[in-house]
Design a protein around this ligand. Structure first.
Ligand code: FES
Ligand SMILES: [Fe+2]
Length: 324
């Protein structure tokens, strides 16, 4: 869709950790073509169980390693002439029909980690190595919490705009079902890629009426952990990872886990609320422009604060420097 240049200022793909797959969907020996952060990549799981990501195109004659490539030990084997590329370094370690490996033959190996049920890639515009990390959450390993329920979707939006949504408390009233504009408190951890939004609401449940606290933790632009607490001994955690496919599209993956005493009562409803919530946002995201100089009221201050924090994820100053 054509967006008038003077009204739309595109943002580049930001730096940070972004999820590329659910861990449980990549088995030993699996090789998959993936496209994220504007890059053609190959994702595979080695025989020792490590998830690896390499640039997709073979250094020999350019075949896509993700389409027909095979895992050989810790390497991926090209479908075209069977050169082997090591998952950790990207270097060519074997040319089966020659005793010669050309000098420097290899592809870029990306920084990868696996945590909280997801496989993550580190993206940096200059190719710099990881500059920060995010925590492993105990709920994913706790017997008291259910096996996560997964849900994913691809939509047209920039990852910063979908993230900004969390901070935009006004829209919760006008787009979603909040009966009034929710009050919220935002605490930015100093010199950090982390911040937390806390808001409160009253909920009627089968167990009684409770004041529910919602805490949204973010680490970078691609990751939110949303906790609902307030019912004694019970909790819900929605873990949301959003990854830029490129500057215009994102792939979101959600995992919902709940304490066993709560899941039958509230889990289903909560999941439904999440999926409906996203559906309510979709058209806004799809058709909106990104305004670097939005007109804001004092009630919109959370958006301005968020944009100031978000600047750290770009190498070059973005047009958002102009946000008041
Ligand atoms: S293109 Fe990969 S081995 Fe020839
Ligand atoms: Fe929303």
């Amino acid at each position: 869709m054509a967006k008038r240049e003077n009204e739309h200022t595109p943002l580049p793909v930001p730096n940070g950790w972004f999820a590329v797959e659910f861990s449980r969907d990549l088995h030993e020996g699996d090789v998959k073509p993936i496209f994220y952060c504007g890059e053609e990549l190959v994702l595979f799981r080695t025989r020792s169980g490590k998830a690896r990501i390499l640039d997709a195109f073979c250094p020999h004659l350019g075949a896509h390693l993700g389409h027909g490539g095979r895992v050989m030990g810790e390497s991926v084997r090209c479908p075209f002439h069977a050169w082997q590329l090591d998952g950790e370094t990207g270097r060519c370690t074997n040319v089966p029909y020659s005793d010669q490996i050309p000098n420097g033959a290899g592809v870029r190996a990306w920084d990868v980690q696996e945590k909280n049920g997801l496989i993550w890639i580190w993206h940096h515009a200059t190719g710099a190595p990881p500059e920060w990390d995010f925590p492993a959450l105990p709920e994913f390993d706790d017997e008291e919490w259910t096996e996560p329920r997964n849900f994913e979707a691809i939509f047209e939006a920039h990852v910063q705009d979908t993230h900004e949504n969390n901070n935009d408390n006004v829209h919760f009233h006008f787009v979603h079902t909040a009966s009034e504009i929710p009050d919220q408190e935002v605490v930015y951890t100093p010199n950090s890629t982390h911040y937390r939004i806390t808001s409160y609401s009253t909920r009627e449940t089968a167990l009684g009426t409770f004041r529910i606290a919602t805490e949204r933790d973010s680490w970078g632009l691609g990751l939110n952990a949303i906790y609902n607490s307030g019912i004694p001994g019970a909790g819900l955690l929605l873990y949301a990872a959003t990854t830029p496919i490129d500057e215009h599209r994102v792939h979101s993956r959600w995992q919902l886990t709940a304490t066993r005493n709560l899941v039958d009562i509230a889990g289903e409803e909560f999941m439904k609320a999440v999926t409906t919530g996203v559906e309510e946002d979709l058209d806004i995201w799809k058709y909106k422009v990104h305004r670097a100089r939005p007109m804001l009221t004092k009630e919109d201050r959370f958006v301005a604060d968020f944009r100031r924090w978000a600047r750290q994820f770009y190498c070059e100053p973005t047009a958002d420097e102009e946000t008041p």
